[in-house]
Design a protein around this ligand. Structure first.
Ligand SMILES: NC(=O)c1ccc[n+]([C@@H]2O[C@H](COP(=O)([O-])OP(=O)(O)OC[C@H]3O[C@@H](n4cnc5c(N)ncnc54)[C@H](OP(=O)(O)O)[C@@H]3O)[C@@H](O)[C@H]2O)c1
Length: 255
């Protein structure tokens, strides 16, 4: 969907929760959704970074976001359910949930992979996505149509040496997406996964310290499919593993 050119009100009056909204792809998605009319709920661990996203959206005159400092690794399950409850009190429904936050932490062969790090990566990338989905499903069921989007990675679609817990967690996220999609087959909620290609973020720089980041697209240049999958134009897309190609220079210049 590289040449997707949606209406500027595509997401008007929609409430969309984004995890990891304080940096990188999550921040770009939050801004893109807000630019198209959504009220975005910004969730992340680092409050200062969330406030930066908030301020940028506010300064642009887009709908005022909500901000939720939340540690997906440390929070007990009760905090997830309390979060769902407070979103229900505040908004009554949810039209979109973008599971974007992720932890990479360690690249190592399986022989040497530190088990505690393994658990913490699985907690953020998989268990948190499960708990947050569970907490948000009642709200998503209240919306006329809703979209759940899990963030995957190429190393979660074909195994690659040394990607350890991160790669395995992304395989599991694909499994969670497929299982949930099958369960919600006859509902108004669509469920898909998206795998960004190499993108200029701190997670990528950590994994590839020798790479020149300026050779990679910036997060706001891979947003077409995020927008398409969050909005009503993708109502028929369900249970699919998709990618987020970089927009061409012509696409970028025209936005
Ligand atoms: N960049 C790429 O080339 C690439 C390629 C394939 C897939 N991806 C995927 O794209 C998604 C976004 O990553 P990114 O590249 O944009 O990297 P990023 O800028 O490092 O973003 C990761 C986000 O996850 C959040 N996060 C990590 N641990 C958390 C926790 N315990 N609680 C709450 N939030 C937490 C971070 O929030 P804080 O800053 O608040 O800690 C941060 O905003 C990830 O799912 C990643 O796997 C990226």
């Amino acid at each position: 969907m590289q040449d997707y050119n949606p209406d500027k009100n595509l997401l008007k009056e929609r409430i969309i929760l984004i995890t990891g909204a304080g940096s990188g792809i999550g921040q770009a998605a939050a801004k893109k959704f807000a630019e198209h009319g959504a009220t975005v709920v910004l969730l992340g661990r680092n409050e200062r970074r969330l406030e930066e996203t908030y301020d940028q959206i506010d300064a642009a005159g887009w709908p005022t976001p909500a901000l939720i400092p939340f540690d997906l690794e440390k929070a007990p399950k009760e905090d997830y359910y309390a979060l769902g409850e407070s979103l229900y009190q505040e908004f009554g429904q949810l039209h979109g949930l973008l599971h974007n936050a992720a932890k990479l932490a360690l690249l190592s062969r399986i022989d040497d992979f530190d088990p505690e790090t393994w658990n913490s990566v699985i907690q953020v990338n998989l268990n948190a996505a499960f708990l947050l989905t569970q907490a948000c499903l009642p709200l998503l069921r209240k919306a006329e149509d809703a979209s759940i989007l899990f963030t995957s990675d190429q190393v979660g679609r074909k195994g690659r040496a040394y990607w350890g817990a991160y790669g395995v967690s992304k395989f599991a996220v694909e499994g969670l997406m497929q299982t949930l999609a099958d369960e919600l087959e006859n509902s108004q909620i669509r469920v898909n996964s998206i795998a960004p290609g190499p993108t200029q973020t701190s997670l990528r720089a950590w994994a590839y310290p020798g790479e020149d980041p300026t050779t990679l697209p910036q997060p706001d240049h891979i947003m077409s499919n995020y927008l398409y999958l969050m909005g009503p134009d993708s109502k028929a897309i369900h249970g699919q593993a998709l990618s987020a190609p970089a927009e061409t220079q012509a696409d970028i210049s025209s936005t």
